[in-house]
Design a protein around this ligand. Structure first.
Ligand code: XUL
Ligand code: CO
Length: 435
């Protein structure tokens, strides 16, 4: 029995359509810069918000109406969610999904029982993947909900909690491998501190690096070829998280000799919590050759926390897709909707509206980004702005051919550099021609 008998596969109907259950911009097979939209965007639906989000907030109970959950709990509930999830992904035409170990299967009383329950669900996931052709973008371990991780997992003050976390990641890696996952994400949910009075930061950072090195070694041991990602977020749940933004993650990876093993999985709402735009984070990662995947969502300008809303802002999606195209497109990564419907949007159909809106917003962003690139004026402006570096003194500096003495001689001879406008407003207007 389908959970959504009244909803057919979501079709592309074009910008004129008034059908809320149709795509206006996402035309999976349309070609852009030589690839289909589906190949560019590699949309992914997350299991945790889509299946497990029930609308609970700090002040109120769950509101979500999920008829397929009626009367069920524990492993029976977990089993019932699997086909519904794949029905949603299939009807959306999303080629990928992502999950945490403990959102597909419940926490057991022991690690052994948790692993057994996970195995039970992994069998069902595997069968659904086979039936639908939907693939796993990345798996991950949930190392932040259980009280044992109150002080962190890889950065816990207790070596036994660290051990428990590694055991959980070991299993999560095995099942991700089993399911043919194209990646595996590390988000340090509680890898940080709430107070420095009780924290040995240096030791915790070293432990986090050890933990990741062990994961790299185990990945090799089991022959898992997927891409590892680290997902920056500055705070929430802790006051400060070590993987606070793209630059901090890159610095950590370089310091601990992990840079060749992990790329970044960037999330919009995490970027804004860090005081950056998503475009900033994507450019930092892209410049370092570490732009892996994105968790597509958005925060609320008026709120200072992780609201995980579906992305609808065309400027945002245009900026994202400009960076993605600039750095050569996704390889293992994709546009993963780490986003949840509002507590007030409690009907099952809202899950469709949300994803359709996010997919259309990214499809528009892709089309606009490709049009800006084809137009060429933006690129030409930036290239021209740096033209003094293409020859003469600039080229010599870039090539490392000269030092302070020759530059002083040049400055004495050349005199005052000629100032040119940055033309920000002109460029903002140019971008608006396309949006
Ligand atoms: C939390 C968050 C996580 C990670 C995976 O803010 O983004 O869901 O994406 O653990
Ligand atoms: Co995320």
């Amino acid at each position: 029995m389908p959970a959504f008998p009244d909803i057919a596969k979501i079709a592309y109907e074009g910008p004129q359509s008034k059908n809320p259950l149709a795509f206006k911009h996402y035309d999976a097979n349309a070609l852009i810069e030589g690839k289909t939209m589906a190949e560019h965007l590699r949309f992914s639906v997350v299991y945790w918000h889509t299946m497990c989000g029930n609308g609970t907030d700090m002040f109120g109970w769950g509101t979500a109406q999920r008829p397929w959950e009626a009367g069920l709990s524990g492993i029976d509930l977990a089993k019932a969610r699997v086909p519904v999830f794949f029905e949603i992904c299939e009807k959306l035409g999303a080629p990928y999904y992502a999950f945490h170990d403990r959102d597909v299967a419940p926490h057991g009383a022991t690690l052994k029982q948790s692993n057994q329950w996970l195995d039970t669900i992994v069998k069902l996931l595997k069968a659904q993947q086979k039936k639908t052709g939907i693939k796993l973008l990345w798996g991950t371990a949930q190392l932040f909900a259980h009280p044992r991780y109150a002080h962190g997992a890889a950065t816990s003050c207790d070596a036994n909690a660290f051990a428990y976390a590694t055991a959980q990641v070991k299993k999560a890696l095995e099942v991700t491998h089993e399911l043919g996952g194209e990646g595996y994400t590390f988000w340090g949910g509680r890898e940080g501190y709430s107070s420095l009075w009780n924290t040995d930061m240096k030791r915790e950072l070293e432990h986090l690096a050890k933990f990741l090195h062990m994961a790299v070694a185990y990945k090799k041991e089991i022959g898992f070829k997927g891409q590892f990602y680290i997902e920056p977020k500055p705070k929430e749940p802790t006051k400060h998280q070590y993987d606070s933004d793209a630059a901090a993650c890159l610095n950590f990876l370089r310091e601990y000799d992990l840079i060749d093993h992990l790329k970044l999985n960037l999330e919009t709402n995490h970027a804004t919590l860090a005081g950056h735009s998503m475009q900033h984070e994507m450019e930092v990662a892209g410049a370092a050759g570490a732009l892996g995947s994105i968790d597509a969502n958005t925060g609320d300008l008026m709120l200072g926390w992780d609201t995980d809303q579906f992305p609808t802002d065309i400027y945002l999606t245009t900026q994202c897709m400009l960076s993605v195209l600039k750095y050569g497109g996704f390889t293992t990564g994709g546009v993963n909707f780490d986003a949840k419907v509002r507590r007030e949007s409690f009907e099952p159909v809202d899950l469709f509206h949300a994803h359709i809106g996010g997919m259309d917003a990214f499809a528009r962003g892709l089309k606009i980004a490709a049009a800006i690139r084809a137009d060429g004026r933006l690129d030409a402006f930036v290239k021209n702005r740096y033209r003094t570096w293409d020859s003469g003194i600039g080229k010599d500096i870039e090539k490392g051919k000269i030092g302070f003495k020759q530059l002083e001689a040049h400055a004495l001879k050349f005199g005052e550099p000629k100032l040119e406008s940055g033309r920000q407003e002109f460029l903002e207007n140019l971008i608006n021609e396309f949006i």
